[in-house]
Structures are given as structure tokens and as C-alpha cells.
Design a protein around this ligand. Sequence first.
Ligand SMILES: CC(C)(COP(=O)(O)OP(=O)(O)OC[C@H]1O[C@@H](n2cnc3c(N)ncnc32)[C@H](O)[C@@H]1OP(=O)(O)O)[C@@H](O)C(=O)NCCC(=O)NCCS
Length: 166
Amino acid sequence: MEIEIKNFHKNDVTSMMRIWNEAVLDGETLPQQNVLTEKDALTFFNSQTSTCIAIDKSTGVVVGLYILHPNGIGHCSHIANASYVVWSVMRHKGIGRKLVKHSLKETKRKGFRLLQFNAVVSTNIAAQKLYESMNFKRLGVLPGGYKNDSGEYIDTILYYHDLSDL
Ligand SMILES: CC(C)(COP(=O)(O)OP(=O)(O)OC[C@H]1O[C@@H](n2cnc3c(N)ncnc32)[C@H](O)[C@@H]1OP(=O)(O)O)[C@@H](O)C(=O)NCCC(=O)NCCS
């Protein structure tokens, strides 16, 4: 499977919305609780500093995406934050790694110095293994940082990547 990562086009939004909403409804990994509608999905993806998609080149199907935006304001606006989602049936095939690699370059290209993740859920082993294998530094644990749909408080982990060494 050959994967291409590129900026999204408005024709991709319905597929992107489905992939995003699948993870939102799963309620175990992303902070967002509300699904996107056809009406607000384009606005949401357009409002990011960058939104990029992973395409299976042989089929043209969107199989994943990431959003990238500032993590802070003013004196902290050189720090970015990103979220990644791969369509569930396409996971563990290397697409997430390609998205993260692309996003690191994109983050630097957009002028940020650091990429920080505020809330990686401690049960999200795939994400932790992925980030740690790509040189993200683990900062620490926030006890009960994530409240899942069953009302349980689950620890979250903070990570960062210094982009100066890219
Ligand atoms: C996290 C996510 C983006 C990873 O995408 P992916 O395409 O499955 O990841 P990859 O196939 O590139 O795997 C990269 C590494 O992650 C780890 N990994 C991926 N899936 C895994 C799994 N199911 N179990 C254990 N480790 C896993 C492996 O270390 C893997 O490297 P390896 O294949 O060389 O061993 C994907 O699981 C996803 O969309 N999850 C839901 C949304 C989410 O959690 N987003 C991140 C929020 S912090």
C-alpha cells in the first residue's frame, strides 16, 4: 500500500469527518465529545493551522488525517499541538507513523519550535508506542486527566518534541 500525505481538499471532508467521528464516538482517545456534522466539518478542518490527510494512492481513499494548531497563545504560541486519527480498519499498518513524521516537518515549516501533546490517554498504548518510537519525550502523568464516557477518570500523559533537531 502506497500512502500519500497531503493537504486536504474540500471534497475529502465527508471521508475525513467519518474517520474523525469514529474516534470521537469511541470516546477513549480524543478529548472531543461532539461529533462533527457535514455543516461544521469544513469550518473545523479549515480553522486549523494545517489539516493533512493520508490517502491510499491505489484507491484514492482517505485513510487518516491530522490537525495541527497552536497549543498556546502569546508567549507560548511557538508551541504546537496536533491530533492524529487513522481509520480503524487501517490501523497498525504504518499510516500513523507517516502522519506523525509529516506533521513534525509541517510543524517546523509553520514556524513552531515545539510540538506538545497535552493528554495522551494512558490506556492508548498504540499512541504512546508510536510517539516514544519517534523521539517524543514523556513529561509526566496527569492523574485522572481524561474522563471517559463511562465516567471513569483515566491518567493522561504529556509529551513534547523539540523541532530544532529536525
Ligand atoms: C494512534 C494511531 C493514530 C496510530 O496509527 P496507526 O496507523 O495504527 O499506527 P502505525 O501503524 O503507524 O504504528 C506505529 C506504532 O504504534 C504502535 N502500535 C500501533 N498500533 C498498535 C497496537 N494496536 N498495539 C500496540 N502498538 C501499536 C507500534 O509500536 C507501531 O510501530 P510498529 O508497527 O513498528 O511496531 C491510531 O491507533 C488511531 O487513530 N487511534 C485512535 C485515535 C488516537 O488515539 N489518536 C491519538 C490521540 S493521542
